[in-house]
Design a protein around this ligand. Structure first.
Ligand code: TUI
Length: 314
């Protein structure tokens, strides 16, 4: 059994957090992860405050374990969602895609543990000063909106930059990834892509099948030119976006292409118009199974690896 300071901090059994996947991570998935002993997360994505309030209240009926809300800071509704999280007094807020500074006081006064994604040492130091409870060091192997550095480099740098617990994310989908993250100094992991294959994850069956069947070179990064690099499955949509991006399309034309593309993937399974966000680890995801089984499996796999790690030490 692996227990770390993250378990004590969050009141969870296994040091595993579910990624806040926009359009995907709803009350059902979050509750399943929390009931499985990890920390489930409801993603606000680009949704309005009332959607998030409804999902939070639903999750409270599905689990009595702690869960969190992810606030995507590029969202036009970030202000109202931030307020809803405080009003509903969720246990944890994770943030992504921006600087959470302006909301920190509101959340801390509501007794919320704030865990921002930090793509750099500077951001880690800033949120440490502002009272974050822990930080997520998410490398560019991740799906969705990504930073510059890889997990292998980012995690130890962030561990050196803060005294807070560090959660590793990006490129982790099994016990080997968990063990490696702990070797780098992390005391927990966040996984997104692995939970796309959870039974309780309500994405379109085409999306789930694409994840389970994905191979090593199945993801690509688009959106660098606009300053918002995004990793997704290499579908005809992604290839076409990439072509336009480097073929002189205007910023407006690229925005128009992207509009509605997450919904088209998640709800319709539409490979022509849908953007199927995924981390590189899709290649390691083999089957559909309950979220609780995923949480347990990755931690049980990590245990003998960590125990055996002394075998090279003479
Ligand atoms: O946020 C994510 N992943 C996401 S958000 C998302 S929705 C979206 N879709 C299209 C375009 C943009 C967003 C899909 N996937 N991961 C966490 C993350 N946060 N990765 C990188 C960052 C980040 C980047 C810059 C965090 C802070 C930051 O600060 C910049 C600054 O200095 O303000």
């Amino acid at each position: 059994m692996i227990r770390t300071e993250l378990c004590e901090l969050l009141g969870i059994e296994y040091p595993v957090i579910q990624g806040g996947m926009a359009w995907i991570a709803d009350a059902e998935l979050a509750a399943a992860v929390s009931n499985g002993g990890g920390l489930g997360i409801i993603a606000a994505g680009n949704a309005p405050g009332e959607y998030v309030r409804e999902q939070v209240r639903k999750a409270k009926t599905l689990t009595d374990k702690p869960f969190g809300v992810n606030i995507m800071l590029l969202s036009p509704f970030a202000d109202e969602v931030a307020k809803v999280a405080a009003e509903e007094q969720v246990a944890v807020v994770t943030t992504g895609a921006g600087n959470p500074s302006k909301y920190m006081k509101l959340w801390l006064e509501a007794g919320i543990k704030v865990i921002p994604v930090v793509p750099s040492v500077a951001m880690a130091k800033l949120v440490t000063r502002l009272g974050a409870a822990a930080v997520i060091a998410e490398g560019g192997e991740s799906g969705g909106h990504i930073g510059e550095l890889t997990t292998m480099v980012l995690v130890p740098l962030i561990c050196d930059a803060t005294h807070l617990p560090v959660i590793a994310a990006g490129g982790i989908a099994d016990g080997r990834g968990v063990a490696a993250a702990m070797m780098l100094g992390a005391c927990g992991v966040q996984m997104g892509t692995r939970f796309l294959s959870a039974e309780e994850c309500s994405i379109h069956p085409v999306y789930k099948e694409k994840i389970v069947k994905a191979k090593d070179l199945c993801t690509m990064v688009t959106g660098k030119r606009l300053g918002h690099p995004v990793r997704s499955l290499r579908t005809s949509f992604a290839r076409n976006y990439f072509k336009e991006e480097y073929g002189g399309a205007s910023d407006e034309a690229l925005d128009a292409l992207a509009t509605g593309s997450l919904r088209a993937a998640v709800v319709d399974g539409d490979t022509e118009n849908g953007c199927f966000l995924s981390g590189q680890v899709a290649a390691l995801v083999k089957q559909v199974e309950p979220a609780a089984a995923i949480v347990r499996a990755v931690m049980e796999e990590a245990e003998p690896i960590l125990k055996g790690a002394t075998k090279w030490v003479k």
